[in-house]
Design a protein. Structure first.
Length: 200
């Protein structure tokens, strides 16, 4: 398993089903994310069980990601034909319908391998990577196949990163927008713990 936090997000060019259902034969991650934050998330396979719940959870929060200047990109080892067929299947029939973000085809499994999420050389684990505007991975979370992720936590991590960048204060345990940060020095730790240790 790779630890990519603090390192450049592995770049790639791959066939992709775009939000409007067009096919981009040479979707380029770095170009797509330019000027934005990015959430790159991997899931095991199309037409499976936990995966559509996660994909729809990301899509249902599209406006929240937009407010944060954050673009979402999904990746699995399926072909773009399968991605498109799944999008064209009604949600009530186990499909995912139209989405607001691209779905990358990683048939060669090279992308999943480069992010350290390829499982048994077969499918990707549920990996989530937060990429900053400089192309650096700032957060990663890897779930095993049966464990669906919490997309609200993904939003919270975007908020935490942006709070740190804007205010220069670090985000203590359980930080949420509207809560105080912490000055990253001894006095700041003491001040924060004196006021908030009981609520941690």
């Amino acid at each position: 398993m790779h630890v990519l936090v603090g390192k450049p997000a592995p770049d790639f060019t791959a066939p992709t089903v775009m939000a409007d259902n067009s096919i981009s034969e040479r979707f380029h991650l770095r170009s797509f994310l330019e000027g934005s934050y990015g959430i790159l998330f991997f899931y095991p396979l199309d037409f499976t069980f936990v995966c559509p719940s996660e994909i729809l959870a990301f899509d249902n929060r599209h406006e929240e990601f937009q407010k944060r200047n954050t673009k979402v990109v999904a990746v699995s080892v399926d072909s773009y034909f399968t991605h498109l067929a799944w999008k064209r299947t009604a949600i009530k029939e186990g499909g995912i319908g139209n989405l607001h973000f691209p779905m990358v085809s990683d048939l060669s499994k090279a992308i999943a391998r480069s992010y350290g999420v390829l499982h048994d050389e077969a499918v990707a684990l549920r990996g989530t990577f937060l990429i900053d505007q400089g192309g650096i991975v700032r957060h990663q979370l890897i779930n095993d196949l049966p464990l669906g992720r919490n997309v609200d936590e993904t939003l919270r991590m975007v908020d935490a990163l942006q709070f740190y960048e804007e205010n220069g204060e670090v985000c203590p345990a359980g930080w949420e927008p509207g809560k105080p940060g912490m000055k990253a020095d001894s006095a700041g730790v003491a001040e924060y713990l004196a006021a908030h240790s009981h609520s941690l």
